[in-house]
Design a protein around this ligand. Structure first.
Ligand code: SF4
Length: 147
């Protein structure tokens, strides 16, 4: 990882706030998959966020943080709200990528609400199309610091 200071600080904050780990539920609310590939990279041997105590989980009931990629489509609106409501407190929401941050090129589409913030209380916005893994790690650091 290029910025090891950020990684070490993130690990320390996770231990302070969540004891041992940060569990993330990823919700693709209408992405082109570009942002999702950057999330995949976080689990690669190069970034290896699992060494920091971060992991992705299948159920929102096991998640501390909801990570949204893609424009908020009308089709996924109910799922987004139900996913958020199923998470235990304290819970965080992070919008990853230009589409989740502000709707991106799909913002004015009849099929979308635009930003994830239209439906969810977003704590941290991570811009970029797509953002690099380092930017996502930095955004997670900021999100954990909000608690
Ligand atoms: S921000 Fe860019 S890479 Fe991410 S979902 Fe939107 S168009 Fe795709």
């Amino acid at each position: 990882m290029t910025d090891d200071t950020t990684a070490v600080e993130l690990e320390s904050r996770i231990r302070r706030r969540f004891r041992r780990s940060l569990h993330i539920r990823h919700l693709d609310s209408g992405s082109c998959n570009g942002c999702d590939w950057e999330l995949n990279a976080l689990l690669s041997p190069y970034y290896d966020v699992q060494r920091l105590g971060i992991d992705f989980v299948a159920s929102p009931r096991h998640a501390d943080l909801l990570l949204v990629t893609g424009v908020m489509t009308r089709n996924l609106a109910d799922a987004a709200i139900k996913t958020y409501e199923a998470m235990p407190e304290p819970r965080l929401v992070v919008a990853v990528g230009a589409c989740a941050v502000g709707g991106g090129v799909f913002a004015s589409s009849y099929a979308a609400y635009g930003s994830a913030e239209a439906l969810l209380p977003v704590d941290v916005f991570i811009p970029g199309c797509p953002p690099r893994p380092e930017a996502i790690i930095h955004g997670l650091l900021m999100a954990v610091g909000r608690l």
